[in-house]
Design a protein around this ligand. Structure first.
Ligand code: LLP
Length: 382
């Protein structure tokens, strides 16, 4: 995509997000290829990137959506997703968001506490409606990822603790305006090994058996998302390890007849198709460092500042072969506004164009207007 960006560069205002729609389509095809013939339903986690052009591609590929706010519900409806493919998750849903979910007729609320279940039942009863529900279980599995994006251990705020599940499930079964569809799990994000997913399957299997012994068979299981992407070698590994990921569930999960397994993938669908394009404003030196100062900052891509995560950086315009070690930083008045420490780049000058790779997920969607900056624009390449 780089040469296409450079062809169009006169028309681009930086910083901006550039998306490779061909790569997005290949990624979606890879997913559809893996799930074909299996009772699997893939929802796209809209929080990763809610850009309408991206959503249109995802809808065309036939995926559903995983939503976490009333505004995401509205966005998904506007993008044409059908309610039967919508799940609404989140540990704190406001009443108006629950109403928005009911009005849209969404397939499933992923419910995280007994109190939330009661509130949904009440709001549904007031409207003479029934809410489809999956109980989000905290499976107490450590996904060995960044502490800010691990979700499935008992110390996290997410899900219903295993020892309390029986009680909440009994309550759900007796509520007149709740239709219990199944159980929901999500153990974390940017998970690079399959072992946590194997542990998750084992946990799900024992829960399915436990409830089957009580005469309960769920219509669905939602295994969440979390498949990681290669931030260090994005050009070599453009498409995430969907084969290995789905293979775990094909091998390890004891799916009952007629039961569907849902997934909620965000990052692995959109991360690699997006780069953040930025222009070098200044190059400066201190007694110990060389700095490249970009016009993009943590307001455009928060991940490095928030999680200390590293995205590969490419200078698209330098013709130099000599490499220099730079700290690549943004213009925001925060010391954490650093994209990379000690990054090796060819000799870089004011005016050079730089691409920060693997920025399609949790990039544009986490952008802010801090320092009264403008939100980054987006452009698309076929
Ligand atoms: N399902 C649930 C319930 C989730 O909380 C999430 C992500 C997903 C699915 C999608 O997970 P994925 O497939 O994208 O890993 N901003 C962070 C990531 C936060 C993830 C939040 N939940 C980052 O930039 O790394």
């Amino acid at each position: 995509m780089y040469h296409k960006i450079l062809d169009k560069v006169g028309q681009l205002n930086t910083p901006c997000y550039c998306y490779d729609l061909r790569l997005l389509r290949s990624t979606l095809n890879a997913i559809n290829h893996e799930i074909e013939g299996f009772p699997f339903v893939v929802h796209y986690a809209v929080k990763a990137n809610a850009n309408p052009v991206i959503l249109k591609e995802i809808k065309q590929a036939g995926l559903g959506v995983d939503l976490v706010s009333g505004n995401e519900i509205k966005t998904a409806v506007a993008a044409g997703f059908g309610p039967e493919l919508m799940a609404f998750a989140g540990v704190g849903k406001s009443d108006w968001e629950i109403e928005a979910g009911l009005e849209s007729g969404i397939y499933c609320f992923n419910v995280e506490s007994e109190q939330e279940l009661e509130v949904i039942n009440d709001i549904a009863a007031q409207r003479g409606m029934t809410a489809g529900v999956a109980l989000r279980v905290n499976p107490d599995i450590d996904a060995h990822t960044h502490r800010y994006i691990t979700t499935g251990t008992a110390a996290n705020k997410f899900g219903i603790d295993l020892p309390m599940l029986d009680r909440v499930l009994d309550r759900a079964m007796e509520m007149s305006n709740i239709h219990l569809r199944g159980l929901h799990f999500h153990i974390g994000s940017q998970i690079m090994s399959i072992q946590p997913f194997e542990l998750l399957c084992n946990r799900i299997n024992s829960l399915l058996q436990h409830y089957e012994d009580k005469g309960i068979i769920f219509e669905m299981i939602d295994a969440g998302g979390g498949l990681g992407v290669d931030y260090e070698h994005p050009e070599e590994n453009k498409i995430a390890g969907f084969h290995e990921f789905f293979d775990v569930f094909k091998r390890c999960l004891n799916v009952r007849a007629g039961q569907k397994v849902h997934f909620e993938l965000g990052r692995s669908i959109v991360a690699q198709c997006g780069v953040l394009l930025s222009r070098v404003l200044f190059v400066k030196e201190s007694s110990v460092k060389h700095f490249v100062i970009l016009d993009a900052g943590m307001t455009d891509l928060l991940r490095p500042a928030l999680y200390g995560s590293h995205h590969k950086i490419v200078n698209l315009t330098s013709r130099e072969s000599e490499l220099v070690t730079y700290d690549v930083v943004g213009p925001i008045c925060e010391s954490s506004d650093v994209f990379a420490h000690d990054e090796q780049l060819p000799v870089t000058q004011r005016g050079d164009l730089v691409a920060i790779l693997s920025a399609g997920a949790y990039g544009e969607s986490m952008a802010s207007t801090y320092n009264m900056r403008s939100l980054p624009q987006s452009v698309f390449f076929e």
